[in-house]
Design a protein around this ligand. Structure first.
Ligand code: KIV
Ligand code: ZN
Length: 512
């Protein structure tokens, strides 16, 4: 019998700390529902004390999920813990996750506390959290750079006060696999009451070792892995859910451990996270990258045709990667669309279905084969982004080898139509200049990327942009068969996210 590793997903909390990756409440709720379908054991839904928006998103997720535990993050103080509890108390399975740093460098420069004060605060915070719920996790921030014996004392105090999970983070991504495994083993051997809690690990990827460190810790007895989908997160990101889950599954002969993840939902979940956050997956990313299952070399292709196992250690179907299926055409009806969206995990209201159906028909007129990726894009752009300041009503560009590129644009700004025209050194530049003028925004375009959602010359173009304004960074994403329209949609989406960031100051940047 293999042992269970609990998967604690923090895409909505640590993942959301990726630069520019803010999500609105509808997007967070949709992702939480998908994560429950994927089978994660715990969803860290957010940091309720960080902002009203976070509190609201966490409480909506807590009220919605039936099976998965919902964790709210809190600093180790009463006010934060009260706030987290306020947001998660109606969850079927609530968990308070409280944390305090334990490394000398954090104690001296950030907290200005000594070790005794930290011990006392951990004891008080966990005792208080435990008075609200039985399910309490304590994290020793910067644990991997902490004094080992002090770390054991802190965990001992947390467990004595009622923590049922103790988490050892490699907050700055500094650890090396053997060293990290050795630390986990040391903590397990030198914390007298450790058998009363689950040992968890939480790694960051600054040296590209987050997955390796996580697996090394699981090999010596940790039984909860904290991860994010696509490995998104602060700086170089967090441990990637799909890498840990598929490593455990593929190398079960070496590590007799299993997870509750329904792996066939990995790829759709990865796509959803990219769609919602605007952070595209690099093509060579393990498991979910576009090239992860494609074989270029002739010798490999020949081998795979004879027997896939010659060069494939996993089957693409295992992660839910199907060749683009022809799903619907322009004669498909509303009922077929509703049923197909249900299969993809989108249970839409009548009003939402009406919106999606209209967009689907418009797309089916331009593009013969409407596949799952197209539908996902329609739902993400048409339904999840409901509270938008700016939306595109009309775009016309003229460009060519002999004319000055010009764009006419009509936008809806807070429900009011406004139009204008402008020039640029190309059609996209002209459209962007005009949109900036109409919205009175001054963002700098840091990055602009174009790709295709699927194969084929009639594929939808997918554009992602990275914008910067007054120190804030926002990502935007748009898709359309017309690449100029996709570019305008991506820019407008980025501007909407920028508006969202302006009205939701990210206090967490200072607090973590
Ligand atoms: O990286 C970290 O230390 C964290 C903790 C709050 C768990 O994200
Ligand atoms: Zn973290």
């Amino acid at each position: 019998m293999t042992e269970l590793v609990k998967i604690f997903d923090t895409t909505l909390r640590d993942g959301e700390q990726s630069p520019g990756a803010s999500m609105n409440t509808a997007e967070k709720l949709r992702l939480a529902i998908q994560l429950e379908k994927l089978g994660v054991d715990i969803i860290e839904a957010g940091f309720p004390a960080a902002s009203e928006g976070d509190f609201d998103a966490v409480s909506q997720i807590a009220g919605r999920l039936k099976v998965t535990e919902v964790a709210g993050l809190a600093r180790a103080d009463k006010a934060d813990i009260d706030c987290a509890w306020g947001a998660i108390k109606d969850a079927a399975k609530p968990r308070i996750h409280t944390f305090l740093a334990t490394s000398d460098i954090h104690l001296e420069y950030k907290l200005r506390m000594n070790r005794d004060q930290v011990l006392a605060q951990v004891k008080d915070a966990v005792t208080y959290a435990k008075s609200l719920t039985d399910n309490v996790e304590f994290s020793a921030e910067d644990g991997s750079r902490s004094d080992r014996d002090f770390l054991c004392k802190v965990f001992e105090a947390a467990i004595a006060a009622g923590a049922t999970t103790v988490n050892l983070p490699d907050t700055v991504g500094y650890a090396i696999p053997n060293e990290f495994a050795d630390l986990v083993q040391y903590v397990m051997q030198h914390t007298p009451n450790i058998h009363k809690a689950i040992v968890s690990i939480h790694c960051h990827n600054d040296l590209g070792l987050a997955t390796a460190n996580t697996l090394a810790a699981l090999a010596v007895g940790a039984r909860q892995a904290e991860v994010t989908v696509n490995g998104i997160g602060e700086r170089a990101g967090n441990t990637s859910l799909e890498e840990v889950v598929m490593a455990l599954r593929t190398r079960n002969n070496y590590m007799p451990l299993h997870t509750n993840i329904k792996t066939e939902h990995i790829y759709p979940t990865s796509r959803l996270v990219s769609m919602i956050t605007g952070i595209m997956v690099q093509p060579n990313k393990a498991i979910v990258g576009a090239n992860a299952f494609s074989h270029e070399a002739g010798i490999h292709q020949d081998g795979v045709l004879k027997n896939p196992m010659t060069y494939e250690i996993m089957k693409p179907e295992t992660i839910g990667l199907n060749a683009n299926k022809l799903v619907l055409g322009k004669h498909s009806g509303r009922h077929a669309l509703r049923e197909h969206l249900k299969d993809l995990g989108y249970d839409l209201s009548d009003e939402e279905l009406r919106l999606v159906f209209d967009k689907f028909k418009a797309l089916a007129d331009k593009k013969k084969h409407v596949v799952d990726e197209d539908l996902e894009a329609i739902v993400t752009e048409g339904v999840l982004r409901t509270t938008e300041t700016f939306s595109l009503e009309y775009l016309h560009v003229s460009a060519g080898t002999t004319v000055m590129p010009m764009a006419s644009v009509q936008l809806s700004i807070n429900g009011r139509s406004i139009k204008g025209a402008g020039y640029g050194n190309g059609p996209i530049d002209a459209a962007y200049n005009t949109i900036a003028k109409l919205t009175h925004t001054e963002s700098e375009l840091l990055r602009f990327t174009v790709s295709a959602l699927t194969g084929g010359t009639d594929a939808q173009g997918e554009v992602t942009v990275r914008l910067k304004e007054n120190g804030l960074v926002a990502l935007g994403r748009g898709s359309d068969p017309d690449i100029i329209t996709a570019s305008a949609l991506a820019y407008i989406n980025g501007l909407n996210r920028m508006e969202y960031l302006k009205s939701h100051p990210i206090e967490r940047a200072q607090s973590l």
